[in-house]
Design a protein around this ligand. Structure first.
Ligand code: AMP
Length: 584
């Protein structure tokens, strides 16, 4: 299909598409739009972010809605507030020549009263996050009894984010004769259950291969020692003078730490994670959209729904626990026909995961060398000279020229160039002068982090936890049974425990969803304990050999030394406006 006219969409919609320069349908649109216009069968569509899926489901839905109806006709559910607002914005554009149609977004983090008021204006299309939609249904402010269309957008993400119960509630509140459209990049088992339960023999379409990453994303990885990772990240940023990237970390704490270090090193960076208030998130996102921030360090959850299309890089500072998340991460770049690069910074231990990922995405992930200081300086220098040559000359400068010429009279052309380059570039050169080649050393023997990895959990003495309790928690978890346990520190409201480095990867996935008594356990990788912890405790690891019945209960336990973890540490913006460390 070459044009939107061939899809049979209403003239008012075609006019809106023309006004925003949508010339021809993307592959998912070419498949979904005619299908939805001509059939009332349910639809299961496999599509990545950035493929044009918003228009793929919105346009036929707008085409099919009865403009005269006062009822809510369509509801679109999506995982995050950002995505919700982005879809609503797109729909407002698509309906701009159909004045009778109204669309409205409902999402958490904004006053529910304001949204209830908005609903009184009888919108035809609701875009909502599952939590807020459920809340409005419970309060009887949102009636879905007459809807014709239900769309689940990024359905797999909604499930990953824990909206299973909400989806069940909403789906059962909708009339059975509706048309259900489910858009998802992957098909986890729970989504298959939802499709079987709530969809009526859906047709399936795929844009690109399932689970396969976007076409124009190049995938590379760099192998570094854990202790060099931050330096490698800086080198990746420095070798790409115009970088505009999201750096993904697994935990909130890691996100804050990396962003804080980048900001301290004067990069135009900031953090986006779950501890930020909505206002802080908006502030950071605004700056990122305006490119005042070049490097956004984010957790997977916080980065969902980010509507930025021209990212040059997605950087995996840490590989995600779930392989699916890699696809979502890398789908943030290479969007809307642009080229992008997904860069994973890994340690040697992660090598096996790279081959798993290659199988999953059906593409080669190439090994790249960590750039040397000299390579970086060369790239930066050329970028600077190119910018210099391309600079527009302001004629107002003419009146000062005689004075400038007089001052520079004694300099030859060569000296002039050298001085100019040095004034801009000396800091850079001195930073990378004598820098090590991080590829060549066998650095695996270095022991800076100790041989244990330390974890923080949100349960402590107050919840009745003691060392036995921690060992019990680990023993109750299939993949951690009998794991060697290093030092345990129990604080009032949280605790730390250590496991051998080579089991670090196993801990967070294994404890995902685990509880202590009735409390949900939240776990994060913590910094190694400062030097005092490298004492005899490391020599006498304890074995987790208590059985299930002994877990929990009791009190006391070691209270030595406070962990450096600080939950309240702010990752908010530094407020600095300098665009980057080396003023590209
Ligand atoms: P989406 O996957 O819906 O988030 O869309 C990704 C980007 O592609 C958005 O910026 C859309 O505005 C843009 N887009 C979607 N469909 C088209 C089209 N047919 N022609 C040009 N751009 C499009």
């Amino acid at each position: 299909m070459q044009t939107f006219v061939e899809t049979g969409l209403k003239p008012e919609i075609l006019q809106a598409l023309e006004s925003i320069g949508f010339e021809k349908p993307t592959p998912i649109q070419a498949k979904a739009i005619p299908h939805l216009i001509n059939s009332d069968k349910d639809l299961l569509a496999y599509a990545q972010t950035g493929t044009g899926k918003t228009a793929a489901f919105s346009l036929p839905l707008i085409h099919g809605i009865d403009e005269k109806s006062d009822d809510i006709n369509a509801i679109i559910l999506c995982p995050t507030r950002e995505l919700c607002l982005q879809i609503e914005r797109d729909i407002q554009t698509f309906i701009k020549y159909i004045p009778a149609l109204k669309a409205m977004a409902v999402y958490g983090g904004e006053s529910i009263d304001r949204q209830i008021k908005g609903l009184r204006s009888k919108p035809n299309i609701i875009v909502g996050t599952p939590g807020r939609v459920c809340d409005l249904i419970r309060r009887k402010r949102l009636q879905l009894g007459n809807i014709n269309y239900l769309v689940l957008d990024e359905a797999d993400e909604m499930l990953t984010m824990g909206f299973k119960d909400e989806l069940d509630q909403i789906l059962s509140a909708c009339p059975s004769e509706r048309q259900t459209l489910c858009f998802s990049a992957t098909m986890p088992r729970e989504l298959l259950r939802i499709a079987n339960e709530y969809m009526d023999s859906p047709d399936e379409i795929t844009a690109g291969q399932r689970n396969v990453s976007a076409e124009n994303v190049k995938h590379v990885y760099l192998v570094a020692d854990r202790s060099d990772k931050y330096e490698v990240l800086k080198r990746v940023a420095d070798i790409n003078p115009n970088i505009y990237a999201i750096v993904f970390c697994r935990t909130r704490m890691g996100t804050k730490e990396v962003a804080d270090r980048l900001m301290a090193d004067k990069y135009a960076a900031d953090a986006l994670h779950g501890d930020l208030s909505q206002a802080q998130r908006d502030y950071v996102m605004n700056k990122f959209r305006k490119k005042q921030i070049q490097i956004l360090v984010a957790t997977d959850v916080a980065a969902r729904g980010i509507d930025v299309n021209d990212l040059t890089h997605v950087i995996n500072y840490e590989l995600p626990d779930q392989l699916e998340a890699y696809i979502h991460r890398s789908g943030r770049t290479g969007r809307a026909g642009k080229e992008g690069m997904a860069v994973s910074l890994i340690t040697r231990r992660d090598l096996s995961r790279i081959s798993q990922l290659e199988r999953k995405i059906g593409k080669k992930i190439s090994k790249k060398k960590i750039p040397t200081g000299q390579e970086i300086c060369q790239r930066q220098l050329f970028s600077m000279v190119d910018k210099f040559v391309a600079t527009d000359v302001n004629d107002d400068i003419n009146e000062y020229l005689p004075m400038i010429e007089e001052k520079m009279e004694a300099l030859s052309k060569e000296e002039l160039i050298k001085k100019f380059v040095s004034s801009e570039f000396n800091r850079f050169l001195s930073y990378y002068k004598n820098s090590q080649d991080l590829n060549t050393k066998d650095r695996s023997k270095k022991t800076r982090g100790g041989k244990y990895s330390r974890f923080h959990i949100n349960v402590g003495k107050k919840q009745g936890l003691d060392p036995k309790g921690i060992i019990g928690i680990l023993n109750d978890t299939r993949n951690l049974r009998n794991i060697e346990v290093g030092q345990i520190d129990i604080m009032n409201n949280f605790s730390f425990f250590e496991v051998p480095n080579d089991r670090e990867q196993d801990v967070i996935p294994a404890l995902d969803g685990a509880r202590y008594k009735s409390q949900q356990i939240e776990i994060e990788l913590a910094k190694p304990k400062p030097s005092s912890s490298s004492s005899s405790n490391y020599d006498r690891p304890r074995k987790a050999r208590f059985n299930k019945s002994k877990s929990g209960g009791g009190s006391g336990g070691s209270s030595r030394g406070r962990g450096r973890f600080s939950k309240g540490a702010s990752g908010k913006s530094s407020g600095k406006s300098r665009s980057s460390r080396f003023s590209y």
